[in-house]
Structures are given as structure tokens and as C-alpha cells.
Design a protein around this ligand. Structure first.
Ligand SMILES: Nc1ncnc2c1ncn2[C@@H]1O[C@H](COP(=O)(O)OP(=O)(O)OP(=O)(O)O)[C@@H](O)[C@H]1O
Length: 219
């Protein structure tokens, strides 16, 4: 069954059309790449998926699947005095936040398991400003994994990383993709076409390019 179904989706910001009649279905455990020009509507599509903005027209059905969001690490305040462990645990914060929320032992064990899986356990107590870009990106992925989402939505997770750092993140996502759907906005044409099952091109409207695993196409 198709996991996420987007039908006739249009989004307007006042008179500005950001998305115009988008139709897309995303299957369970698909690795979907989203590419497109600046202003093409990629962030808007992510916001609709995260239910941060409502469609002006059309529908988005998640079929009760949960979404974990991984923002760009360059938007993250690195000077904030918080450790890797604390950032990962934040993924478990309740929506209605109480002052001085305490995490239970189960949450802490879960955070440690995730850090081990993502190879960041050695940085557990490090302040986040003392991490490389690639390590910080793993921390943000770890935070999103704390709620066991069915789907990971990532916004350019490899921008500002060197080529080795990029490959590491893609390899890690490919492993996670065995259990989770991956939806990833990327400007990194080289890797996205190598790793994604399918890449869609978003420029207000959508063109679809089916990519077989291991088969490389250029739009
Ligand atoms: N809050 C807003 N108010 C008005 N217009 C907006 C708003 N957010 C986005 N837009 C406009 O909607 C269009 C799509 O923007 P969006 O941020 O979704 O594109 P994008 O593909 O993510 O771009 P980029 O690659 O530069 O991040 C653009 O024309 C943008 O100027």
C-alpha cells in the first residue's frame, strides 16, 4: 500500500504560488530524492508534510505514518550549551512541555542505543559546538529517531559537508532505509541519483524521474 499520498496539492502564500497541482505517492521504505531550483517549493512541500502549513488546495494523506524531521545543521545554534546526549533526548520531549522535564531511564538507554548505531556514542557528553558538520548531522538524525518514526524527512542533510562526509551520511541513510521511508531534499546531484530509488524535480510543478537502484540518470 502507498504510504503517503499527495493529490492535486497547491500552496499559495497570498498571491505567490509555491506549489501548483502536485501529485505524488510515496511507498513504504522508498528512498525519495527531491531536487529543484531555489524557490521551487521544496521547503513548502516539507512544511505541508509536517503539517506546519495547510494546503490551499488538494490533500496530503500520511496514512497514519509518523514523521521524523531532520533540519539542516547549519540552521542549528552551535553555541547553545547542550551535549550530544541532551540533543538526542530532546527528540522525546512531549508536545506539551513542562518546565524541568525529566527523562526516564528507558529514554536514556534508547538514546545510547541510537548513538551507538550512528557511531556517535564517543561524543555523548560533548557540547554540540565541538562536533564536525557530519557528526552534528548524525546527532540531528539521532534526535529524529527517538520517536521511532516510520518516515524520515531530511532537508539538505549533506550541504556544507565534504565529499567523504556526504558519502558517510548517505551510507547511513541507506541502512536506515531498510526500516524507514526516506524523503530527502538535496542539491547533491551526484549522490542523490546514486542512492535514491526515485528522484522528483520540483519547480512549483513536479516532474518525476524513476531511478532504478544502482542505475544513474541525469534529468
Ligand atoms: N512565508 C512565505 N511567505 C511568502 N512567500 C513564501 C514564503 N515561504 C516561501 N515563499 C515563496 O514560495 C516559493 C517557494 O519557496 P520554498 O522555500 O518552498 O522553495 P525552496 O525550493 O525550498 O527554495 P530553496 O531551495 O531556496 O530553499 C518561493 O517563491 C518563496 O519566495
Amino acid at each position: 500500500m502507498n504510504q503517503i499520498s499527495i493529490k492535486d496539492l497547491s500552496v499559495y502564500y497570498d498571491s505567490i504560488c509555491a506549489l501548483d497541482n502536485i501529485n505524488l505517492t510515496i511507498k513504504d521504505r522508498e528512498f525519495l530524492g527531491i531536487i529543484g531550483p531555489n524557490g521551487g517549493g521544496k521547503s513548502t512541500l516539507i512544511k505541508v508534510l509536517l503539517n506546519l502549513i495547510k494546503p490551499s488546495k488538494g490533500t496530503v494523506s500520511l496514512n497514519e505514518k509518523s514523521i521524523g524531521y531532520v533540519p539542516q545543521f547549519r540552521n542549528f545554534d552551535k553555541t547553545f550549551p547542550i551535549s550530544v546526549m541532551e540533543v538526542i533526548l530532546m527528540g522525546k520531549l512531549p508536545e506539551k512541555l513542562r518546565l524541568f522535564h525529566k527523562y526516564n531511564k528507558k529514554d536514556k538507554i534508547k538514546a545510547e542505543n541510537i548513538m551507538s548505531k550512528l557511531n556517535i556514542i564517543e561524543f555523548k557528553n560533548r557540547q554540540i559546538g565541538q562536533l564536525s558538520g557530519g557528526q552534528l548531522q548524525r546527532v540531528l538524525i539521532g534526535r529524529a529517531l527517538m520517536r521511532d518514526p516510520d518516515v524520515l524527512v531530511l532537508d539538505e542533510p549533506t550541504s556544507s559537508l565534504d565529499s567523504k562526509g556526504r558519502k558517510n551520511i548517505y551510507d547511513m541513510l541507506k541502512k536506515l532505509n531498510k526500516e524507514k521511508t526516506i524523503i530527502m531534499v538535496s542539491h547533491d546531484m551526484n549522490h542523490i541519483f546514486n542512492y535514491a530509488d526515485r528522484v522528483v524535480h520540483l519547480s512549483k510543478t513536479m516532474d518525476e524521474e524513476k531511478i532504478q537502484r544502482g542505475d544513474r540518470h541525469v534529468l
